[in-house]
Design a protein around this ligand. Structure first.
Ligand code: SAM
Ligand code: SF4
Length: 330
């Protein structure tokens, strides 16, 4: 069969069923993380952004097609003024089968926004944190650490489940592995290390800037008893430290999890990317705005998903394309 338009749910030609959708709500960000933002970002004109009603219309179709988990991302999703309204809209999709509404954030504006987001239906968070040292944090992100810490405190105080995400870049924050882990372990906060991926700006990423899973484990073993847990559906490989505290490692570069990938990505201008490393997306906003029936849009979604390629594991080289991580959403 040449396409997946007549198949139930969303399945690709490699048999991977899609249950997770990442929605990028803006390409703007108040941080300048060295592994993410190009020096001269080409911003998407705001009039091209999907409006709340358009987002809801598209996501409704994805949920009908079997999407169970939605993760809001960006850019920085907290910069979107209608964020609580978007969460409330998505919350109405639970009777159709939506199970989780999550958000990945730099945390800097979380303290003030979180009570409203929680009331609107947000379930959980990933908070990016590349260092607990203010100077190194500034060097990694171009931003201040204190507001992020306030955001983490707010999540703890409100009882909102969260994980901390750390991208390691050699020469900049590998010395944070132990201080960050000690700090997260003391607070009982789940922590995941992410290998630096070649998605920042064409030509900027260097293979030797990646701190590999193996190197990370070697560092952790200088202080902790580290045991590997059996691999689950989670893209992170989980390890216990000294018995019960868990650390995850997302090793896209040294150990890609492409063969079990169940994710899709929708950009703020309504393009469907079936892989973080895909060279191009499928425009869904254009057909929807030009009045094509949603059944046609659904067919385009199914076809794009069916044609999803094997992924980074198959070629293991940086992708040359204009869209970078802050537009695609991580
Ligand atoms: N602004 C939010 C944040 O930083 O959490 C959400 C968007 S950000 C693009 C989503 C995730 O992608 C973050 O955890 C970030 O650390 C990660 N990320 C960005 N660029 C990356 C890269 N080149 N390699 C690995 N992870 C990256
Ligand atoms: Fe902004 Fe997140 Fe990219 Fe950092 S990783 S520049 S916080 S979008």
């Amino acid at each position: 069969m040449a396409d997946g338009s007549r198949r139930p749910g969303l399945v690709d030609q490699h048999g991977r069923i899609k249950h997770k959708l990442r929605l990028s709500l803006t390409d703007r960000c108040n941080f300048r993380c060295r592994y993410c933002m190009p020096e001269q970002p080409q911003w998407i004109p705001k009039q091209q952004f999907l409006k709340r009603a358009e987002l809801l219309a598209l996501v409704t179709e994805f949920v009908h097609l079997g999407i169970r988990n939605i993760r809001l991302t960006g850019g920085e999703p907290l910069l979107r003024p209608d964020l609580a309204g978007i969460v409330a809209d998505l919350n109405t999709l639970r009777p159709l089968g939506l199970e989780r509404i999550s958000m990945t954030t730099n945390g800097s504006r979380l303290a003030e926004a979180l009570p409203g987001l929680r009331r609107a239906g947000l379930d959980d968070l990933n908070i990016s944190l590349d260092s607990v040292d203010a100077q190194r944090f500034r060097n990694m992100t171009g931003a201040e650490l204190a507001p992020v810490m306030a955001g983490i405190d707010a999540a703890v105080a409100l009882g909102v489940p969260f994980k901390l995400n750390t991208v390691l870049v050699r020469g900049h924050n590998e010395q944070d592995i132990l201080p960050l882990t000690d700090w997260a372990l003391r607070g009982g906060m789940p922590l995941r290390f992410i290998e630096y991926m070649p998605l920042d700006a064409p030509g900027r990423w260097q293979a030797d800037a990646v701190v590999s899973e193996q190197e990370l484990l070697d560092t952790l073993r200088t202080r902790y008893q580290v045991e590997r847990l059996p691999r689950s559906e989670d893209p992170a490989t989980l390890y216990t430290l000294d018995g019960d505290y868990r650390v995850g490692v997302i090793s896209t570069i040294s150990n890609p999890f492409c063969s079990s990938c169940d994710r899709l990505r929708l950009t703020v201008r309504g393009e469907l990317y079936t892989c973080l490393f895909a060279r191009q997306g499928t425009d869904l906003a254009g057909p929807m705005r030009s009045g094509q029936p949603m059944s046609d849009v659904v067919q385009q979604i199914a076809r794009a998903v069916w044609n999803k390629e094997a992924g980074y594991a198959a070629h293991r080289t940086p992708v040359e394309r204009p869209i970078t991580m802050h537009t695609l959403g991580g």
